[in-house]
Design a binder for this molecule. Structure first.
Ligand code: PLP
Length: 490
């Protein structure tokens, strides 16, 4: 590997010293330069350092979010054993089955443990029998393509049922509400922003520089969606104590160019709910036209309905709230399905979802219609999603939610009992963040120790969730562990 810059990462993983070339690259990443400067200033030189040689192109290919949000993961990026012998051209003669499988098995050892110990990456239900059924279901559809519901009508049925089951959980109107199955939260958010952009073009053509009002804690997938669809992000800073903003505060950021407001239920960095009902009321009352409100419930949407039914307090966030026009809910998070499944639900088709679809009639290859961003879509993720939903059923999800919440509550009250630590804001489900309120207590050391004790594979330790001041905190999530039990993962 060529070295154009040398990155030194300190033992407690806050990246400390970066040579000049690399730091100029970092400055290209929004927030990167300031974060880096702050870290370099804070760091003392007496930490043990690891060194990682990395080229600018590697740096850019490496998930920047892992560096910035989960810097600990960066220390273990690209284990050298995986780089030693690479197959960079097609082998002249194909590998034997034994070789393929044994090589994969050898490399996979370096990956995070996917079975319930890699928060943000893998969400497993704990039922091995169901997992086996779902894997078989996925294999049945491995060569199906949801691009054509005519060729694969059974996939259409599975898709429609996944969407409807989800909309029911969200209290969508049985006749009016509608949705689409997408490949994940990012695609759902992209479809949402595209919908609102095209709707604004249709209804409010005088808006030439459309804006999306969102909180600084919004998931970057929304920011990416705005970037791709040429919608300007107008960030509302959050209150440092609550990690959300009031509707009154959000109102200050609405302009004549606003086309949508995005709030989260809950937001990912701290598990805190944004004030969905107040924002929806604000949006409905907006003049000269009501504004649509998208609720990003990608992480919480499949857990909150069961949390509420268990009797925990959950502020209004779904289609029962008048003024909420769309909701994104990932099935591949707390729906515990295989990767590649999310639902984007709309309050109705005629005013909203129709702007999401794309149809092209002039192509010599025939009529091309696609509801979401992708063309060809694997049937596996869809059949796995459907199979998981119907295998777990309501009883299964209630059981999982109960176990998860009981452990989460214990964890949250435990943290607050520890002198010097404090849970941030009011987490509504199992995603929880806490920070140090004692200047002598280094939160990174707490994170390091927890990671050792929890033996959590993969994922990051300390999070840097605040775009504004780069305050440090630990983000954890209580999830179920494959084979039974509940673990805290970071
Ligand atoms: C609130 C929220 N929105 C969007 C996303 C993006 O989802 P995905 O990684 O499935 O694209 C996430 C992922 O964690 C999330 O927590």
């Amino acid at each position: 590997m060529q070295s154009a810059g040398k990155l030194l990462i300190t033992h407690d993983f806050t990246f400390a010293l970066v040579e000049v070339k690399l730091s100029s690259l970092l400055k290209m990443v929004p927030g990167g330069a300031a974060l880096l400067d702050a870290e370099i200033e804070k760091e003392t030189v007496n930490h043990t350092t690891y060194s990682l040689l990395i080229t600018p192109s590697d740096w850019l290919i490496a998930p920047c979010s892992s560096f910035f949000v989960q810097s600990k993961a960066a220390v273990g990026l690209f284990p050298s054993a995986l780089e030693e012998k690479q197959q960079l051209t097609l082998p002249e003669v194909g590998y034997s089955s034994e070789r393929v499988l044994s090589e994969l098995a050898a490399w996979k050892k370096y990956d995070a443990d996917g079975r319930g110990r890699a928060f943000a990456y893998v969400y497993d239900n704990d039922d091995q029998a169901i997992q086996q059924t779902v894997t078989r279901a996925a294999n049945m559809y491995i060569h199906s393509n949801a691009l054509s519901p005519l060729a694969f009508p059974s996939l259409r049925k599975l898709e429609v049922e996944c969407v409807r089951m989800t909309l029911n959980l969200l209290h969508g109107d049985a006749k009016e509400s509608c949705g689409t199955l997408t490949s994940g939260g990012t695609e759902s958010l992209m479809c949402a922003i595209k919908t609102y952009r095209d709707r604004a073009r249709d209804l409010w053509p005088w808006i030439t520089e459309p804006e999306c009002v969102l909180l600084s804690t919004s998931h970057p997938a929304t920011i990416k969606a705005c970037h791709l669809f040429d919608v300007k992000c107008v960030f509302v800073p959050v209150d440092q104590k609550t990690q959300t903003a009031t509707a009154a505060e959000i109102a200050k950021y609405i302009t004549p160019n606003t086309i949508v407001i995005v709030v989260s239920a809950p937001q990912y960095p701290h598990g805190v709910m944004d004030p969905v009902a107040d924002v929806a009321a604000l949006a409905l009352a907006n003049k000269p036209h009501a504004l649509p409100v998208h609720v990003d419930a990608c992480v919480g949407g499949f857990l909150l309905p069961f949390v509420e039914e268990l009797g925990y307090p959950v502020p209004g966030w779904d289609f029962r709230v008048k003024g909420v026009t769309s909701i994104s809910v990932d099935l591949h998070k707390f729906g515990f399905t295989h990767k590649g499944a999310s639902v984007l639900g709309f309050v109705n088709h005629a005013s909203y979802r129709k702007y999401q679809f794309f149809a092209y009639t002039e192509w010599p290859g025939g009529l091309f219609v696609s509801p979401s961003l992708l063309g060809t879509r694997s049937g596996s993720a869809i059949s796995a999603a459907w199979s998981t939903l119907v295998s777990l059923g309501k009883t299964g999800y209630m059981r999982l939610a109960k176990q998860t919440m009981e452990a989460a509550k214990k964890f949250q009250s435990g943290i607050n009992k520890i002198k010097g630590l404090e849970v941030i804001g009011q987490p509504v489900m199992s995603v929880t963040s806490f920070h140090s309120v004692d200047p002598n207590l280094n939160i990174h050391i707490v994170a390091d120790t927890m990671e050792k004790v929890c033996a959590a594979g993969g994922g990051g330790g300390g999070g840097d969730g605040s775009v504004d001041d780069h305050s440090r905190f630990v983000c954890v999530c209580v999830v179920l562990c494959f084979g039974g039990g509940v673990v805290v993962v970071m």
